[in-house]
Design a protein around this ligand. Structure first.
Ligand code: MSP
Length: 496
């Protein structure tokens, strides 16, 4: 069983390459697990309530519902363009989710974990978060959001609190386990907790200020705080209180993929909510660093967005974009987006290494052997390299290191290209052994590349008549005969 989620995105603007970074990564893990034969459930969606969306709708002269209906379709369109194989696209305006939020609130209210009191503090609408002194920056004597570099709003109102403070010890203990990956991120949160302790958190907004949200079931004058609402999407997706069998099946294997900006919510707040609801904690929270541009995190508010469609156009289809994003993907380190770097990855790895090998071997098989390459002994060196590569690939993927997994395959493919140059099969009367060895290498590489470049992999499967096998069944040297009917050009180089 493998259940994987992305953050649900705010649909106040179309997704950009930063959102694609997370979503493609989660998609690759989902596809990898399907390839391993795991029963997989992949959830993504949109976070549609709250002040940010309400204000975006006002600016656009639309009702919030009109805006989110339109924008969630746009998200789906982008994810289709990028071949994102989600099993459900959840919207926080979905009926079942509204029920989950209300049920959860009722449980916590009955347990005495929610109470009413006054709140005052500085708020950032872009973060949808209150900032306390020490957390915000002072610019020209005014408190500023440290992330969005905009003035904070002073807010004073009656609200409902969730007793977050009562979970401090629990959270600290959990953060010492390896639930957060890579683990150093948990250390950052622990440090903050040690320094500042944990205060109760406001989980409601008066309707006159924020009308766009799910009403509190025990007080109609209030809407639910957008983060409290949003985090629950992960249990809605698994069927909590709706489909118990599904929930029992998938929840224990849930993996949350998130960017490091929302780690506090996905540890401190989310873990406390789950504990309060008697729901087991997730298996893993997988955290990644940012894509940056001109030194800043890519984002609408930094004004340095790179559009997904521009990348798809430059690299011809989704495969190129997916491959590049995954080749630079990094959990710990921020990555600078650069056309030179992206072009060179695309040209040297996809076009010159994988594409070129497939093309050369396809042509040779057709020319020399009419496309029929029967079983032979696989070249010893390639065989060794293949076995090592498969092991390394699986190990890297199991550590969520997709970039390293891709590097391993490229290494293998470069070795195969060198093998052709050395053996010169075009000069031999019967190059069956060489071509069989090469086709086996291509077959294995194609299967392993499927999670990242599904389209190109399908083309090779068709052209070389390969079986659609899972990783567990792909035994090196097991193919009786290859029937090569085409030598496709998989990737056209971009002009740099
Ligand atoms: N709606 C909340 C999440 C709720 S989840 C219960 C939210 N949405 S968001 O639209 O702002 O998306 C945030 C996520 O988008 C980040 O955590 C990250 O996964 C991804 N990214 C957005 N910009 C990014 C970069 N520049 N670089 C890497 N990831 C980025 O927060």
């Amino acid at each position: 069983m493998f259940y994987i989620t992305t953050p649900i995105y705010y649909p106040n603007a179309p997704p950009h390459i930063g959102h694609a970074y997370t979503t493609v990564f989660a998609d690759v893990l989902a596809r990898y697990h399907r390839l391993l034969g795991d029963d997989t459930f992949f959830l993504t969606g949109t976070d549609e309530h709250g002040l940010k969306l309400q204000k975006a709708a006002e600016r656009a002269g639309k009702s919030p519902k009109e805006l989110v209906d339109e924008m969630s379709e746009i998200y789906k369109r982008y994810w289709k363009m990028l071949d994102i194989s989600y099993d459900r696209f959840i919207r926080t305006t979905d009926r079942d989710h509204e029920k989950v939020v209300k049920d959860a609130l009722n449980i916590l209210y009955k347990k005495g974990l929610i109470y009413k009191a006054k709140y005052s503090g500085y708020y950032c609408v872009d973060c949808e978060k209150f900032y306390s002194p020490g957390e915000y920056e002072i610019v020209n004597g005014k408190p500023y959001c440290p992330i969005h570099k905009k003035p904070l709003e002073w807010i004073e109102e009656d609200t409902y609190y969730f007793r977050l403070s009562s979970f401090e010890d629990f959270i600290k203990e959990v953060l010492r386990s390896d639930i957060v990956y890579p683990k150093f991120y948990a250390g950052e949160i622990l440090g903050k907790l040690e320094k500042e302790g944990l205060k109760d958190v406001s989980i409601a907004r008066p309707k006159e200020r924020v009308s766009w949200g799910i009403s509190l079931p025990f007080d109609q004058e209030y809407t639910t705080y957008v983060w409290f609402d949003a985090l629950l999407n992960y249990i809605t997706g698994a069927g909590w209180g709706i489909d118990d069998n599904k929930f029992r099946k998938y929840w224990p294997s849930v993996h949350h993929v998130i960017g490091k900006d929302i780690l506090w919510f996905h540890t401190v707040i989310w873990f406390s909510m789950l504990k309060a609801l008697d729901i087991p904690l997730p298996r893993k929270v997988i955290v990644h660093a940012y894509l940056i541009n001109r030194g800043l995190k890519i984002g609408k508010s930094s004004g340095n967005v790179v559009a997904i469609e521009d990348l798809i156009e430059r690299y011809q289809d989704s495969d190129g974009v997916r491959y590049i994003l995954m080749r630079v993907f990094n959990l710990s380190k921020d990555i600078d987006v650069s056309t030179e770097l992206f072009d060179s990855i695309y040209n040297s790895e996809l076009a010159d290494t994988f594409g070129n090998l497939v093309r050369r071997v396809g042509i040779l098989a057709i020319k020399k052997l009419n496309g029929n390459v029967v079983r032979n002994k696989v070249d010893q060196n390639l065989m060794k390299k293949l076995n090592i590569s498969i092991d390394r690939y699986e190990k890297s993927m199991d550590e969520y290191n997709v970039s390293q997994a891709l590097e391993t395959i490229m290494d293998l493919l470069r070795e195969a290209n060198a093998y052709i140059n050395k053996e010169r099969p075009w000069e031999k009367d019967d190059p069956s052994k060489e071509l069989y060895s090469l086709l086996e290498t291509i077959r294995i590489a194609t299967i392993l590349l499927m999670p990242v470049i599904p389209r190109a992999s399908e083309k090779v499967i068709d052209a070389f008549d390969l079986k659609r096998e899972g990783i567990k069944e792909m035994d090196v040297g097991s193919v009786e005969q290859f029937n090569v009917s085409d030598a496709p050009i998989l990737f056209k180089k971009v002009k740099t």
